[in-house]
Write a protein that binds this ligand. Structure first.
Ligand code: KMH
Ligand code: ZN
Length: 274
C-alpha cells in the first residue's frame, strides 16, 4: 500500500487557547507546533495564521513570516495555507496566501452552516474564482469537502476546467452542519471520488482517530491537529500537535502502513517543490 501522508492542521481559525493552551498564535508558537508535528511524522502543515492576540488573519505578510520561519527549520515540509480563513472574510482577503505561490492550498467546495448563526460561504462562483487562481498560480488544491454534495460540485467544476485532475480531497467529517463522522458516511465519501483521486480525512473532535484508522486501512491519508481536535483521548487535552501525529503513526504501525516523507508525499500528490 502507498505510504501514509499525515497532514497536521496545527492552528485553525476557530479554536483558542481556552480549548487548549498550546494552540499557536505567535510566529514562535507556530514554529513550535509545526516542528512537533513534523518531527512526529507529518509531511504537510495545513496552516492558518493569527495575530499575536489570537485573531485570525489572512494577511499575506503574516503568512510569509510564519511560512519562512517554519521552512528555515524544516526546509522540506509542504506548507498548505488555508484559503478558507475564518467565517465572514471576503474572497480576496482569503486568497492572499496564494500570492506567495505555495505548492498547495485549500479550496473549499461548498457553503455550510458552521455552528450557531455562522455560515461558511462558498458559492459556485467563489469556487470557480479560487480554482482559476490556483491554476494560474500553479497551486495544487486540497479540495475541502464537508459533505457529499461538495464532491459533486468539485467534479462538475473539474469538467468545466476550474479544477485539474487528478484531484486531491480532504473529507472534513463531523462539523455541525456537514456530513457526520460515522464509518457509514466515510465509506460513502470515499466511494464517491474518481479512481485517480487521492484523499485525506479530517475527523472533527471524537471522530478524529476512528476515521484516521479507517483511512489507514483503506489506503487513504490522514489529517489531524488542533484545528480539528484538541484532545489526545477522551477528557485529556493534547500536549502538542506532535502528540496527535504520534498517535496516528502508532496506529499506522499497527496496520503496517509506512509514513511518507515530504518528498514521498510530493510524489504521491504530483507536486513539484518550488
Ligand atoms: N475556518 C473555516 C471557516 C480551510 O482551511 O480551507 C474554514 C476552514 C477551511 O478552515
Ligand atoms: Zn483550515
Amino acid at each position: 500500500m502507498e505510504k501514509l501522508i499525515i497532514t497536521a492542521a496545527i492552528s485553525g481559525a476557530e479554536v483558542t487557547k481556552e480549548h487548549n493552551p498550546a494552540v499557536p498564535y505567535t510566529v514562535e508558537e507556530c514554529v513550535r507546533e509545526a516542528g512537533s508535528a513534523i518531527r512526529a511524522g507529518a509531511s504537510i502543515i495545513h496552516l492558518h495564521v493569527r495575530k499575536d492576540d489570537g485573531t485570525p488573519t489572512q494577511d499575506k505578510d503574516r503568512f510569509k513570516t510564519v511560512m519562512d520561519a517554519i521552512h528555515a527549520q524544516y526546509p522540506d515540509v509542504i506548507i498548505q495555507p488555508s484559503t478558507g480563513g475564518a467565517v465572514g472574510m471576503t474572497n480576496d482577503e482569503r486568497l492572499q496566501p496564494t500570492e506567495l505561490n505555495p505548492e498547495m492550498a485549500t479550496l473549499d467546495c461548498g457553503t455550510l452552516n458552521f455552528g450557531g448563526d455562522e455560515i461558511f460561504e462558498n458559492t459556485e462562483n467563489t469556487i470557480k474564482y479560487f480554482g482559476e487562481k490556483m491554476i494560474e498560480r500553479g497551486i495544487k488544491p486540497e479540495l475541502e469537502v464537508f459533505d457529499k454534495s461538495m464532491i459533486d460540485m468539485a467534479l462538475r467544476l473539474g469538467e468545466k476546467g476550474f479544477i485539474k485532475s487528478p484531484m486531491h480531497f480532504d473529507f472534513v467529517m463531523g462539523v455541525n452542519g456537514g456530513i457526520s463522522g460515522t464509518l457509514r458516511d466515510f465509506i460513502f465519501m470515499r466511494g464517491s471520488i474518481p479512481a485517480d483521486a487521492t484523499y485525506t480525512v479530517a475527523g472533527i473532535g471524537r471522530f478524529e482517530f476512528p476515521l484516521a484508522a479507517a483511512a489507514i486501512i483503506d489506503g487513504g491519508h490522514v489529517r489531524v491537529g488542533f484545528e480539528d481536535n484538541t484532545m489526545i483521548s477522551r477528557g485529556v487535552v493534547a500536549e502538542s500537535n506532535g502528540q496527535l501525529v504520534a498517535k496516528v503513526v502508532r496506529l499506522a504501525n499497527e496496520f503496517g502502513r509506512k509514513i511518507a516523507t515530504p518528498a514521498e508525499a510530493r510524489e504521491i500528490l504530483g507536486l513539484t517543490k518550488k
